[in-house]
Design a protein around this ligand. Structure first.
Ligand SMILES: Nc1nc2c(ncn2[C@@H]2O[C@H](COP(=O)(O)OP(=O)(O)OP(=O)(O)O)[C@@H](O)[C@H]2O)c(=O)[nH]1
Ligand SMILES: [Mg+2]
Ligand SMILES: [Zn+2]
Length: 321
């Protein structure tokens, strides 16, 4: 395990002893795909699957491994995926869970600091900031507010005052990811043993920051997408990156659905997420019921969209006709 870079602390090493005695190897989940996990190990990244036994033990979906988890791996045949046989105790977990929701989803685990990124352009929204703050405060990670796009900024003293009214005592930094202004102010949060997650709405500049910290373009950002897809999020899945000079950083997609999940009020949350997904349905007039090639139901199946939220959408639309 490239120890320091991945946050492989002594405490984790101790907990891992019960697995190493069974011949298992440590790894850290860097991405979660529909069919498999991508896990970083001392021998590089490998594909891995969860064993049936571990799946049966999981009481709910958030008990299964997610991005940021330290896992115990058994390597199988030369070309087959490795098996994940255990998950180490999490030191923190960002879990999205709306009230009454039965399927909490793990967004990232073993995160030390969460940068809540806001855009100082049209995106700026205090209610949304508050919801992200609640998500982070329930996780065990330390929140830091990053107000990005200071180059197009509105009145900074005014914004500072507004933010401190909903987030008193939470560190606040004004930066420009694109221009580079004040980026260095965030450097002290990085540490070889530490993991930082970026959360925030779509388009606030999370991936632009990731690319800056990684020193090259690892994530697509909005400027390089094709035209005509306004409103769609650019980053599509959560991914952990290891900074060359130490420390791990997790990029997350600014899915509208996250706000829908956080918000207890479905009317307020809206259905932008479904509208966005619907642009990828095979039929333009898809009702997302049983049409073939429906991207919305596919997202529900993948667990990326709440089925109850889709049901609410179908119901509200029926009411309009
Ligand atoms: N003016 C200005 N634009 C910025 C800044 N940082 C990022 N942007 C632009 O904002 C747009 C969105 O940036 P992304 O990094 O793709 O945003 P994201 O938060 O990763 O979005 P999702 O992946 O959809 O969640 C791009 O066009 C960036 O160039 C900044 O500091 N100033
Ligand atoms: Mg992104
Ligand atoms: Zn559809």
């Amino acid at each position: 395990m490239p120890a320091a870079a991945l946050g492989w602390t002594e405490r984790r090493q101790e907990e891992f002893a019960k697995y190493s005695s069974r011949g298992l190897l440590p790894g850290r989940v860097v991405a979660e795909h529909r069919t498999h996990y991508q896990v970083a190990t001392s021998d590089g990244e490998v594909a891995a699957e969860v064993t049936g036994a571990l799946r049966n033990l999981a009481m709910q979906r958030s008990d299964l491994p997610g991005v940021g988890d330290f896992v115990a791996l058994r390597s199988n045949s030369v070309d087959g995926p490795a098996s994940i046989e255990g998950v180490l105790t999490r030191t923190s977990a960002l879990i999205r869970k709306a009230s009454g929701e039965k399927r909490p989803q793990l967004l990232a685990s073993n995160v030390d600091v969460a940068f809540i990124v806001m855009g100082l352009d049209g995106d700026f929204n205090l209610a949304r900031l508050q919801r992200f703050l609640e998500l982070v405060q329930g996780s065990g990670a330390t929140p830091v507010i990053v107000a990005n796009k200071s180059d197009v900024s509105r009145d900074i003293p005014e914004v500072t005052q507004q933010i401190s009214s909903v987030a008193p005592g939470v560190p606040l930094h004004f930066i420009s990811a694109r221009g580079g202004a004040a980026i260095a102010d965030l450097e002290p949060y990085f540490h070889p043993d530490r993991t930082i997650v970026l959360v925030g709405s779509s388009g606030v500049g999370k991936s632009t920051l990731i690319n800056r910290w990684l020193g090259h373009t690892v994530q697509l950002t909005q400027t390089v997408r094709s035209h005509g897809d306004r409103g769609r999020h650019t980053t599509t899945h959560r991914q952990l990156f290891i900074r060359p000079d130490g420390g791990s950083i997790i990029d997350t997609p600014g899915v509208r659905g996250l706000e829908a999940w956080i918000s207890a009020d479905p009317v307020e949350a809206g259905f932008d997420d479904i509208d966005t997904l619907a642009t990828q349905c095979r039929f333009r007039n898809c009702r997302h019921e049983n049409e073939p090639g429906c991207a919305v139901r596919a997202a529900v199946k993948r667990g990326e969209l709440d089925a109850a939220h889709l049901a609410g959408f179908v119901k509200s639309r029926a009411g309009r006709h």
